[in-house]
Ligand binder design. Structure first.
Ligand code: ZN
Length: 209
């Protein structure tokens, strides 16, 4: 799933806190948002492996949640929703597309790395690829209760995420071509080899393109 979808889901996970314990709503929502975003900070450094931990985030969230209920401090609430957001993100990526440059071609057998078992989990493709129309639909559906319930900065973040989601979905299928033109037509000629070596393999440089 695309980053706006993950960010909105992270927020939505924390939404019940605004009813159950409104004094912790802001901290829970902020932590949920950051947790939803966190795994994708590995976009260019071992994507869906370096910061995606479907098993370990989930296990830690399961430990943190009851502690946060018993000892409801701001730190425990924040830790719980950070872990929960990151866990749900990492697990949900399994139900999206693979790691190939054009994930709609469905050629990759790698969705998310499972550090616990030491192997890649295969993409289920319930949402065929990040930025697919059904991904946008998911974002829109989740955004509705958030827009109704939130206000201030968080509401603005939700609205911005929806705008980004619409634009990303509109241009998603053009991005691989743009990336290839930029990388093979420009960066290959200008960047030193050691910098090119760190570009993700999905850009096809290992095939000498
Ligand atoms: Zn991800």
């Amino acid at each position: 799933m695309m980053l706006p979808t993950h960010a909105l889901i992270g927020l939505a996970l924390a939404l019940p806190v605004s009813v159950i314990a409104p004094e912790f709503a802001d901290i829970a929502l902020t932590a949920g948002l950051l947790g939803g975003i966190l795994p994708d900070l590995d976009m260019y450094v071992g994507h869906r492996k370096t910061l995606h931990y479907p098993v370990y985030y989930s296990a830690l969230a399961l430990v943190a949640a009851p502690v946060a209920v018993l000892v409801p401090t701001a730190a425990m609430v924040a830790a719980t929703f950070l872990l929960l957001g990151a866990a749900v993100h990492s697990v949900m990526d399994v139900f999206g597309g693979g790691l190939e440059l054009r994930p709609w071609e469905a050629t990759s057998s790698r969705a998310v790395y499972d550090h616990h078992r030491g192997r890649w989990l295969a993409p289920r493709r319930w949402i065929r690829y990040d930025g697919a129309p059904e991904d946008l639909l998911l974002s829109a559906v989740i955004a509705v209760p958030l827009l109704l319930a939130l206000d201030g900065v968080l509401r603005a973040i939700v609205a911005a995420a929806v705008v980004v989601a619409v634009v990303y979905t509109a241009v998603r299928r053009l991005l691989p071509t743009i990336a290839e033109v930029v990388i093979t037509g420009y960066l290959v000629r200008t960047l030193p080899d050691r910098l090119l070596a760190v570009l993700p393999a999905r850009y096809g440089l290992e095939r000498g393109k």
